[in-house]
Design a protein around this ligand. Structure first.
Ligand code: FAD
Length: 393
């Protein structure tokens, strides 16, 4: 089977797809376009913020993919022309494709919260893409005075990693309990319900006492304005909160290349055929990962990896003139309340009447003992090793 497949984005979805395309059809000409030589994962970046892991331990490179025969090009895809089936690259060149797979992840909706633009993110980091933003936020947490408040603002749905803000609050609280015990964490949330809410709330009570305070939408938790210089936020009803460290997790949308390719709809995300993850708007362009509308699957690295495999198989089937197989997917999201206390949500998804449905699933039991919570924390690191091995080799 010889054809040219271009993959844009070497994160969870794209690196997995490139690997499985090449592994399952070694004669395919597979090019992966990714600007970064080193990829830092968002998963476990909250552990870096808490000083439990190094940046090095969450870094991955593309050597194994190259060894497998994937051509890896370190540049940005700037534009897509679906008529001539060409991707233009940041270095001025362009490549043709027969099938294109995009896994560009998220872009921040700058100024969706008044005052929160790229310059503001240098003072009030989002750290919702891992790398320099993670380092910046870690430095700020380390430099924080004892007795200060770490303010985290969380967005409305949908957004990358539904439990992510709450795991971050938990692990920052853990760090503070050890190094700055008079300090607090305040979460200002633009919604009233969040992932694994019961388990998080119970874990916070058990482990962090009253160190973490959560204010939901109906309690005036929605932040509408940010003053990054003053480290202040203003809520919908005019309350001003002053932070020692301000971490804004802002509203998001699909990575910009999805817009350029014409695959996003008015929501800013990408509608896909759930069986193949081919765009419903542009033929021969497949999109996986956070950029897609794949609910009830969450925007998670686990889901992006699973979707990458499904799309790779669908592309090979299409090139061979065969029908795609009906897929099923799994997802587990672990979160840590502290290093000894893990919780999880898991589900299996299947196609039902042409749509993705959760066919089974659940969360950790509420009445589990300390041994059980510790085991789940261990499973979280096992999961991290396994998925990063599967994705980057
Ligand atoms: P990404 O992994 O972000 O990859 C996108 C890639 O595309 C990037 O490398 C980017 O450089 C590249 N790119 C973008 N645009 C272009 C372009 N135009 N040209 C070339 N390349 C481009 N998920 C879990 O499953 N478990 C967890 O425990 C977990 N924890 C998380 C904790 C935090 C704090 C956060 C923020 C997220 C967490 N996630 C977790 C979610 C996970 O990070 C994402 O769901 C996952 O990264 C999505 O994969 P993706 O391929 O869609 O995007």
């Amino acid at each position: 089977l010889s054809a040219r497949v271009v993959v844009v984005g070497g994160g969870f979805g794209g690196a997995t797809a490139a690997k499985y395309l090449k592994r399952n059809a070694p004669d395919l000409d597979v090019t992966l376009v990714e600007p970064n030589k080193v990829f830092y994962t968002c998963p476990f970046s909250n552990l870096v913020l808490a000083g439990m892991r190094t940046m090095d331990s969450i870094s991955h490179n593309y050597n194994e993919l190259r060894e497998l025969g994937v051509r890896v090009v370190h540049t940005t895809a700037q534009d897509v022309d679906p008529v001539s089936r060409t991707v233009s690259l940041g270095d001025g060149s362009s490549i043709r494709y027969e099938k294109l797979l995009l896994s560009p992840g998220i872009d921040i909706r700058w100024n969706a919260i008044e005052g929160y633009d790229q310059a503001a993110a240098e003072q009030a980091p989002h750290a919702w893409k891992a790398g320099d933003q993670t380092r910046l936020l870690r430095r700020q947490i380390e430099a924080m005075d004892d007795g200060g408040v770490f303010v985290l603002t969380a967005p409305a749905n949908p957004f990358r990693c539904p439990p992510g803000p709450y795991e971050r609050a938990s692990l920052v609280a853990h760090y503070l309990s050890q190094h700055k015990p008079r300090s607090k964490v305040l979460i200002l949330d633009a919604k009233d319900n969040f992932s694994k809410q019961g388990l998080f709330m119970q874990g916070w009570k058990d482990v962090h006492g009253d160190r973490i305070e959560w204010v939901g939408l109906s309690g005036d938790g929605k932040v509408v304005r940010v003053d990054a210089g003053k480290r202040e936020v203003e809520t919908e009803f005019g309350t001003i909160h002053k932070a020692s460290v301000l971490n804004v997790v802002p509203p998001q949308k699909a990575g910009f290349i999805a817009d350029r390719a014409g695959v996003t709809n008015e929501s800013g995300w990408v509608p896909v055929d759930p069986v193949t993850f081919e765009s419903t708007q542009v033929k021969d362009i497949y999109v996986v990962g956070d950029a897609t509308i794949a609910a009830p699957m969450p925007k998670s690295g686990f889901a992006a990896n699973a979707q990458g495999k499904v799309a790779a198989a669908a592309i090979i089937a299409a090139l061979e003139g065969q029908q795609p197989l009906e897929p099923s997917w799994a997802n587990t999201c672990y979160s840590l309340i502290n290093p000894e206390y893990g919780i999880s949500v898991a589900a299996v998804y299947r196609i039902q009447e042409g749509l993705i449905h959760e066919s089974s699933g659940g969360v950790s039991p509420t009445d589990a003992n300390a041994t059980f919570r510790k085991l789940e924390a261990d499973y979280a690191s096992g999961w991290y090793s396994a998925i990063t091995q599967d994705t980057w080799g």
